[in-house]
Design a binder for this molecule. Structure first.
Ligand SMILES: [Fe+2]
Length: 188
């Protein structure tokens, strides 16, 4: 995926953030414990992804002369499982719950479909990064150090932007009200 295409995608999400923010306080029915659990899982997955990004940034900074091939191989093998675990949780648990409680709001479907699309692109990009890192680890690089550094930075910057946007969505869950918590005036 090109950097420009990804920036366009992120930009589109940013442009539709405003109406999303306007309606987040209107999420109506989700138990507080359910919301807390969803937030905890999202934060755990984001923690793992941020750690991966930090490790990839360290590798990029170490190129070309200070590369640790063991770290390179370990990071390469962790990309796919970390991404798939996060994506599975979001697409099978978090996103359906958000969609369910905001089903009258078309912008939600657009936001969630774009995030899901980014997941697919991140997985594909992650495979390219994994292969490049494994080649580096085996001292058989398939491209220049500059090209690998550029690839790594493009990848982890995409992941960080994606997580920043999801963190904004996560804030909305904190305002969730359960049905018994709704006052007559709040329910109107
Ligand atoms: Fe995501």
């Amino acid at each position: 995926m090109s950097q420009k295409r990804n920036n366009d995608l992120i930009g589109s999400c940013a442009r539709i953030r405003s109406p999303f923010d306007q309606c987040v306080g209107q999420i109506e029915i989700m138990s507080q414990s359910q919301a807390t659990d969803l937030l905890a899982l999202l934060r755990k997955n984001h923690h793992d992804k941020h750690a991966l990004c930090d490790r990839l940034e360290e590798i990029a900074d170490s190129l070309p002369d200070n590369l640790d091939r063991h770290i390179c191989a370990t990071a390469a093998r962790s990309i796919d499982p970390i991404l798939k675990k996060a994506h599975q949780f979001e697409e099978e648990e978090l996103f359906p719950k958000l969609a369910e409680h905001n089903k009258t709001r078309k912008e939600f479907d657009l936001i969630l479909s774009r995030l899901t699309g980014e997941h697919h692109e991140d997985l594909c990009f992650g495979e390219e990064v994994r292969d490049a890192l494994l080649a580096l680890a085996s001292d058989t690089p398939v491209q220049s150090a500059d090209a690998t550094g550029y690839m790594l930075r493009g990848f982890f910057e995409n992941l960080r932007r994606h997580m920043a946007f999801e963190a904004e969505i996560a804030k909305s869950i904190q305002f969730t009200k359960t049905a018994p918590e709704l006052t007559p005036s709040a329910a109107e």
